[in-house]
Each structure stands twice: as C-alpha cells, then as structure tokens.
Design a protein around this ligand. Sequence first.
Ligand code: OGA
Ligand code: FE
Length: 283
Amino acid sequence: MTSSGYCGPPTTNSTLTFLTQPTDGAPAFIYVDVDPVTGERDRNYGSLQKEVVIENLRGQERLYTIHNAGFQLGYHPSAHKFFKNSAEIEQEYYPECAQLLRSVTGAKDVFIFDKTIRRRKVGTFESTPDERQPAAQVHVDQTYKAALARVHRHLPPAEVPSLLLRRFQIINLWRPIKHPAFDWPLAVCDYRSVKPQQDLFPLTIIYPDSEGQSMGVQYNPNQKWKYFYGLTPDEYILIKCFDTVQDGSVAVYTPHAGFEDPATPDGSPLRESIEVRALVFYD
Ligand code: OGA
Ligand code: FE
C-alpha cells in the first residue's frame, strides 16, 4: 500500500486551530469580505489553538473506512498529473474520480461538483480562489442544509425530488500532486471519537451575494486525530463530509485540517494537493 520505504513515526504532535461557539447561543457567522474599517472579517465566534497527538496510520490503513471512521486511504495512480488547467482537470480528472468513487463505494451515481488546489507558500495563510493554502482550521465542509443545497444547485431540477429520496453522501477525494505530502499533511478525526451535538456547530459563511454553511469544530480531548505519513500522489484519502444516514451506524461529518508536522523530513518540497468534492448517490 505504501511506497515510502520509511513509514514514519507512530505518532506526531501538532497544534490545530479549533473554533468556539458564540457564547450567547447565536448562530455562528463570518463575512468573507474584509470590513474596510477594521480590516478584519466580521465574525461572532472564537478560536482555540490546541496541541493534539496525531496517530500515523501507516500499517493499519485497512482498519479505517468511510463507514466506521469517516475516512479511508486508497491506492490509485491518476492518469491526469498536471493539475494546472481547470478545463483539463474537469475533462480528465473528474471522470477518473467519479469512476473511482463508484467502484470503491458501490454507489450508483457520482457527481463531482467542486475542486480545490492547494500549493503551499511559505509565510502566508491567505488563500485566493486560484492559490489556496492548506486549511489550518479544523472544519467539516458541509452541514445538512449545505448538503441539500448542493443537490439543488448542481443537479437538474427535474431530477432533484427523486434524487433526494435516495441515500446520498458528500465525499472529498484528496490527493497529493507531484510529490508526497510530507509537508503540511492532512489530519482527519475518527468520527467515532466525535460528539456531534457537542463538538460540531453550523457556521454561516456570508459572501457578498450569497451564503454558504460549513461546520465549525470545537476541541474535545476525546477526539482521536489520525494521518497517513508521506501520502504519495498515487494514493488518495476519502473524507466523508456528509451522509443522509444519521442513525449512528456510520460516520457522517468527518473533521479535518492541514497541519505542520514536526516529523517532516528536512528539505521536503512544499505540499501541493487537490481535493474534489462529490455527491454520491446509492440505490
Ligand atoms: C478538504 C480540506 C485541507 C487541506 O480537503 O476538504 O479541507 O489543508 N483540506 O488540504
Ligand atoms: Fe475541508
């Protein structure tokens, strides 16, 4: 499964940025545009830096699945390797990912609706739409409301009612580009260690002309953080960000973040990665 000869340390330690819910019980929000007066993004919640232990799952890859933990590792080299031209990515890489997701999950219909490419630069956490940095803040990409909105937004209106009768999930497929992601790897939280009612809260993101919603994540010492040391471009991680099955039998909202790993070998190239987001429908 792994192509790195050295499989890394059993655990590593890093500081992750968690959020804290508004103390007055109000729904959390953030404005994406910077306030011209304060120079800040107006928001009504706080953040909290916490050092956590992150277990390296090399050697135990098969024990963790999108069903039980909310994430899983796979090996599948992609034919597309360039990742610099949006149209090419959509024409070449999206169909590969959709096919891969169908075969790995057994889902009938998979629709890729979004991608994010991250190429780390030293000395900045500012992301622009074309040049995103690793996401150092722990989060889940979707809430229930946001997941439903994705179906309405991306799929033909005539098909939406019947699609919404089926089980569906939102899964991200995360893959390093060019070289292994020793630098700023992805940490994922085992959903079995998350207390959704307590740890997760909806966060409304206010754009100039629209709104989105993601999930803020509060720190809880019971959370179990994991990663895969030296993930290669021939490997990928699936992150389950939503599932309509919410009866406790499967993982639903999987918290994740990029992190600075003290076990990164000196001289490792800066992380480059792509994640695509998929609506995944079952029969
Ligand atoms: C994601 C994500 C963070 C990162 O794949 O959804 O949040 O640093 N990634 O790659
Ligand atoms: Fe994310």
